[in-house]
Design a binder for this molecule. Sequence first.
Ligand code: 9MR
Length: 333
Amino acid sequence: MPLHLWSVLLLGLGLLALAQSGPPLRTLAEKRGLQIGAAVEPNLLLQDPEYARVLAREFNLLVAENVMKWGALQTARGQFNFGAADLLVDFAQKNQMAIRGHTLVWHQQLPRWIYDRFTPAEMEAILHQHIQTVVGRYRGKIAYWDVANEVIGDDARPRTTPFDVLPDYLEKAFRYARAADPKAKLFYNDYGAEGLGPKSDAIYALLKSLKEKGVPLDGVGFQAHLDLNFSPEAARMAENLERFARLGLEIHITEMDVRLSGPGSRAERLRKQAQIYQEVLQVCLRQPRCKVFTLWGVSDAYSWRAASEPLIFDADYQPKPAYFALQRTLQQP
Ligand code: 9MR
């Protein structure tokens, strides 16, 4: 190959390397007063050094994908296993990352014993002990707790849970969490409520009534598990977030991912995926109360929807167009 072609090739590779080593997302986010997070499985921190490296380089907030759920923490009544959760907390602290705790009241991933028929008084004691023990253990270390997750079903009505035996279990959960760590901000978190519609109306009504009753609720998390038919579109989402903001709530995007599956060439779909990430980040940046933007994982390899490649790094930790879209968006004034 003639010399000048080599230099063109080297220049191209150099530019590529430069593009890939642009400023980390966390550095850019910090300048915008935003925390950028990822859901984490602590066992991967031990198994995969690249996972830990990318996480620490790009993100300034962690959320436990599974290890802070009831089923992981309290497998037998009164017996708590904090090993994996502690690992996550240590990693976050060593790397100057904030932590979202996930989650204290959810209808899924519960231990089997909680389905025994308890009296209201017993359930109250169980709920209190769990929240006091878990939130208390990490008092001062966890900035935000998803106290309640997915309480409203897709039919816009409250779901059935083993906690139902205890009237006002939801209010109680928030009060127990506040008592266990007065500095942690307490959240309601849900999916399919990004836009306007019956489900987000029901959540809005619930949160409004909790606020009116003086329940210690600080914020609302919109999960944003999306696909290429991004629905609602950005404008509707902005409008929806605004009404929650007017309740005085802090707003977090808590579990974003965008499935790549669908019609069209791979290149087109990657572009569309990037555009959706960009639009949701823009909605958050333009909403003064939106303070946290979190992805539901780091690389496609370990995503709960791995087959549909929904994240911003591919399975080899190469940044995808969605990564660069977030990087650019954070740099725009
Ligand atoms: O990503 C989590 C996956 O590994 C678990 O198997 C699953 C169990 O239901 O929970 C997933 O995380 C969920 C989160 O806790 C709440 N919102 C929806 C998430 C995706 O299902």
